[in-house]
Design a protein around this ligand. Structure first.
Ligand SMILES: NC(=O)c1ccc[n+]([C@@H]2O[C@H](COP(=O)([O-])OP(=O)(O)OC[C@H]3O[C@@H](n4cnc5c(N)ncnc54)[C@H](O)[C@@H]3O)[C@@H](O)[C@H]2O)c1
Length: 371
């Protein structure tokens, strides 16, 4: 089978490419090597048997060329950032996906499967449960609440703290430009796939962890920041009270989920959550990184800073994907060990640290409580 992976020079795409080549598939990568993800040009980790086409998923000419003779497509190319250039999110993510289906339909291409990367971000804060008033779907917490250092969600009816719930694919509550663009990708995948009989599936990945995740993008988050700090024996800063929950998922488990979406007919027409199945608080996650980095004695700083717009808890219910025979096989320790090993293999960790710190300051997203 010949498989095109858009965004194939990136983190998830390159690991998916390796797995496909390993099992004997031909792989083409279409990637514009966008900055800052690829600050240093073509990544050295790309499989030598993968054919790289450097180009943009918004360019019909190069996209059509990349689709030549292709049986299946992983559409992973995406713009992911915190910047307020809202139109870029829709131009790359939504228009890129529309163009993919447009090219398949208008050129009657014999593509037998399309798998599109969505995101847990589509679910926003996800669902919460009030002991008395049942399931709720809260919006982002007001700034005044966060400035008081009051982190938890309250029931809109009785104002008591609510518990987060594992959130299924039926739920959507996108609250930022990235999530909105990802939701539109999901909707197109289901609608065009069904209408034009192009077997398609959309994958809502939770936070994916493992080697090759760019050190230079704005969103790679806690694993990069904690690992970099512990590499230099410094204390990282944890936001809020560190008790927010995340269902981090291992990159190899994500690759297996992708292969199921490619091969299993039951994946067609589905949105599938791909999460780790276990919730960790950021504090627990920090301890795992400190331990694996060899400095459990260094304690993080928790000064009450927060990022306005961050979700408090994000945990996806993976029952649907498990119904297709998938389950997470790797622990958080596996993911962090692989990441820390990869960080240690870099020649310029000092530059990476400096870049990450400068980037966080220039984004100006950190706020302080006013207690
Ligand atoms: N990594 C995660 O935790 C995570 C979580 C949820 C969803 N996702 C989604 O999974 C997909 C892959 O994410 P990733 O972590 O591998 O990201 P990544 O940044 O490592 O890879 C994305 C790739 O897309 C390429 N790209 C960006 N704009 C492009 C364009 N206009 N044309 C062609 N190529 C372009 C980049 O150069 C990059 O190589 C994305 O769609 C992302 O939104 C990732």
């Amino acid at each position: 089978m010949k498989v095109l992976i858009t965004g194939g020079a990136g983190f998830i795409g390159s690991h998916t490419a390796d797995a496909l080549i390993e099992r004997g598939d031909d792989v083409v990568l279409l990637d514009n090597l966008s900055k800052p993800v690829h600050l240093k040009g073509i990544p050295t980790y790309l499989h030598p048997k993968a054919k790289l086409i450097i180009g943009d998923v918004r360019d019909p000419k190069v996209f059509l060329e990349a689709l030549e003779g292709v049986d299946a497509v992983f559409h992973l190319a995406a713009y992911q950032d915190y910047l307020p250039d809202f139109s870029t999110f829709f131009s790359v993510n939504a228009v890129g996906t529309a163009l993919l289906y447009e090219l398949i339909v208008s050129n009657k291409l014999p593509v037998k499967r399309v798998v599109v990367a969505s995101s847990q971000a589509v679910a926003g804060e996800g669902q919460y449960r009030c002991a008395e008033h049942g399931l709720q779907a809260p919006s982002a917490r007001p700034l005044e609440q966060l400035e008081r250092g009051d982190w938890e969600y309250k029931c809109p009816q009785c104002n008591r703290n609510m518990n987060w719930a594992w959130t299924s694919e039926t739920f959507a509550h996108p609250e930022n430009q990235y999530a909105l663009s990802k939701q539109s990708q999901e909707n197109m995948t289901l609608a065009f796939g069904r209408r034009y009989d192009i077997p398609s599936a959309a994958m809502r990945y939770s936070i994916v962890q493992g080697p090759r995740q760019s050190f230079y993008n704005a969103y790679s988050g806690a694993c990069r920041i904690f690992s970099l700090h512990y590499f230099f024996k410094k204390a990282p800063t944890i936001y809020e009270d560190g008790l927010m929950n995340r269902d981090f998922v291992n990159y190899q488990d994500v690759v297996r989920a992708n292969l199921i979406a490619l091969d299993n007919p039951e994946a067609v027409g589905q949105v599938l959550n791909v999460g780790g199945g276990k919730a960790y608080t950021v504090r627990e996650f920090d301890r795992i990184v400190a331990e694996i980095s060899g400095c459990p004695e260094i304690e993080p700083s928790i000064p009450g800073f927060f990022r306005y717009g961050d979700t408090r808890n994000s945990c996806s219910d993976t029952a649907k994907l498990k119904g297709l025979g998938w389950k997470p096989m790797h622990t958080m320790q596996d993911s962090v060990t692989a990441y820390v090993d990869w960080l240690r293999s870099q020649k310029d960790v000092g530059d990476i640290f400096e870049y990450a710190e400068k980037n966080m300051r220039s984004l100006n997203v950190l706020r302080e409580t006013k207690r």
